[in-house]
Design a protein around this ligand. Structure first.
Ligand code: IYR
Length: 255
């Protein structure tokens, strides 16, 4: 089937985009049905330069302390905080302002356990077969495996879905341009918002679990799982690998 989605960069196109397109009809929305919207003046904060330097350092210090933490405390976290970090994620820019994201927040212990069973079953096959020796060796230093206690223990699991297209109230479909990159940006902002309140997570992308988790959570076929974030306070005995980040000169080129 010929793909006609010029906004998807050839190099970035991944197979998650190519599956399950047979469920799509041709009933796409006519953009002329949309109304024009007013444009209003924009004003931003303007800081003195020293303040900018100070704030840039402060924000870097905060985010430089972010670590992937695989040992999460069962201690409860206020629901309002979760709502606020998701609102923050939803401020991300998106293709044609389509906001192509759904954040599924799971706190029900039984549902968390069902998610764990699906993920562990697939991850065992991933580690033993699909990933191959090289990938498994590359991960050895992180000491990960297919046992994911955090899926039972973390007070919240946030499953981030990208909506590959939108469905309007009249059942017509709406193109979600750049949906994967839009939701990826939102996910990054979510990670920053969690760091800002002292919560931790693991940026997990459970390989081959998307369809099963989508069905378990009763999400529609236009939604594809992009990321699964267990969220909570770090366990008191949590450890992290002693990793270093690349220095500025290794990540920047000024021209
Ligand atoms: N998804 C697996 C494996 C894994 C892959 C990468 I790339 C990592 O940086 C870490 C883990 C897991 O969650 O164990």
């Amino acid at each position: 089937k010929v793909e006609s989605r010029p906004w998807v960069d050839q190099e970035v196109q991944d197979d998650t985009e190519l599956e399950q397109r047979e469920d799509e009809g041709d009933d796409w929305v006519d953009r002329s049905e949309e109304q024009d919207i007013p444009h209003v003046p924009y004003s931003a904060m303007r800081y003195p330069e020293e303040t900018m330097v100070e704030r840039s350092k402060e924000f870097y210090r905060l985010l430089n302390q972010r670590r992937t933490v695989r040992s999460i405390s069962p201690e409860p976290v206020p629901r309002e905080v979760i709502d606020n970090v998701i609102l923050t994620a939803g401020t991300a820019p998106s293709g044609a302002h389509t906001e192509p994201w759904t954040f599924v927040v799971v706190s029900d212990p039984e549902m968390k356990h069902q998610i764990r069973q699906i993920v562990e079953e697939e991850e065992e096959v991933n580690y033993r077969q699909r990933m191959g020796d090289k990938w498994v060796k590359d991960l050895a230093k992180l000491r990960t495996n297919w046992i994911k206690d955090y899926l039972d223990v973390a007070p919240y699991l946030i499953l981030i879905f990208k909506q590959t297209y939108g469905i309007l109230p009249n059942n017509k479909k709406k193109t979600h341009y750049y949906n994967e990159i839009s939701v990826s940006i939102a996910s990054g902002i979510l990670l920053a918002a969690l760091q800002n309140v002292g919560l931790v997570t693991v940026t997990s992308t459970p390989l081959n679990c998307g369809p099963q988790l989508r069905l378990l959570l009763k999400r529609p076929a236009n939604e594809k799982l992009l990321m699964l974030l267990p969220v909570g306070y770090p366990a008191p005995d949590a450890t992290v690998p002693e990793l270093e980040r690349k220095p500025l000169e290794d990540i920047v080129v000024h021209i």
